[in-house]
Design a protein around this ligand. Structure first.
Ligand code: CTP
Ligand code: MG
Length: 256
């Protein structure tokens, strides 16, 4: 972003990185954001991606309460900063992802007008995806999500009994060309997002902020995501990230 309009947008934009999960499914016995594919913690990779994208002057990272190592990673990446000076704040994570996001939204400085909410567990998002999300916000979208097409056929199911035992029966097959898999960063007008938070009661079935906006009747727009934005959930996802970091994404790798 070189134009003055771009600089104004950068000053008014914050990226929230939620990194306060425990990583149960990955099963390393430490918070997932500290697990190091290709020698660097997942959070460091995620921060380098956000900083390289250069779309925000401030980053808010939700970390588990009492985790000094993730705070140190934030301080180190703030210093490295890839030539894009940025302030990295740390925020206490909550018991759920939604609570972590809510804590970060409460911590944002008053100058912030739009926010990108991003999973640390998606550490390899290309710069272009951040740019596309911000361009859609620039164009007036109140909510923007990066998506990719779905390659599997998806079924809906319902619980039933089969021979007295619990089973599931298919109830339908949504047309695949109407489906998209959702990634992060998800971009929002902060005003619209805060209104949705106050208008829609917290419910367990609301799994991301875009869904909250949908419930509030706000139009959510989509932009192309990337296969590299894949979320690290289990051991096979970590292997894939390591293979990308040693192969097609190797130039992204910076020792330090
Ligand atoms: N997250 C968070 N606060 C929580 C739970 C999750 O900030 N209380 C973050 C995670 O750190 C992650 C993102 O939300 O970046 C997506 O969550 P997920 O992939 O489920 O990560 P974990 O909750 O750590 O993993 P698991 O569910 O396997 O324990
Ligand atoms: Mg989780």
């Amino acid at each position: 972003m070189d134009s003055s309009q771009g600089n104004a947008a950068r000053s008014a934009t914050a990226v929230v990185i939620v990194a306060a999960g425990s990583g149960q499914r990955l099963g390393h016995g430490i918070p997932k954001a500290r697990v190091p594919p290709a020698g660097q913690p997942i959070l460091a990779h995620a921060l380098r991606g956000v900083i390289a994208a250069n779309v925000a002057a401030q980053i808010y990272v939700c970390v588990p309460v009492g985790d000094s190592q993730l705070r140190e990673i934030c301080a180190a990446e703030e210093q490295l900063n890839d030539g894009h000076p940025v302030v990295i704040h740390t925020v206490h994570g909550g018991a759920s992802r939604a609570e972590s996001v809510a804590n970060a939204l409460r911590a944002l400085e008053p100058s912030i007008e739009r926010v990108l909410i991003h999973d640390a567990a998606r550490p390899l998002v290309p710069v272009e995806v951040f740019t596309r999300v911000c361009q859609a916000l620039d164009g007036g979208a109140p909510a923007v999500i990066p998506v990719i097409s779905v390659v599997d056929t998806i079924k809906s199911v319902e619980p039933v009994l089969l021979g007295g035992a619990e089973a599931y029966r298919v109830t339908g097959t949504p047309a695949r060309d109407t489906l998209r898999a959702v990634q992060t960063p998800q971009g929002f007008s902060l005003h619209a997002l805060r209104e949705a938070h106050s208008a829609v009661p917290a419910q367990d079935d609301i799994t991301d902020d875009a869904m909250l906006m949908e419930r509030a009747g706000v139009d959510v727009y989509v932009v192309p995501g990337s296969e590299y934005s894949h979320k690290i959930t289990s051991a096979s996802d970590l292997l894939l990230a390591e293979a990308w970091l040693e192969g097609p994404l190797a130039p992204r790798w910076v020792e330090g």
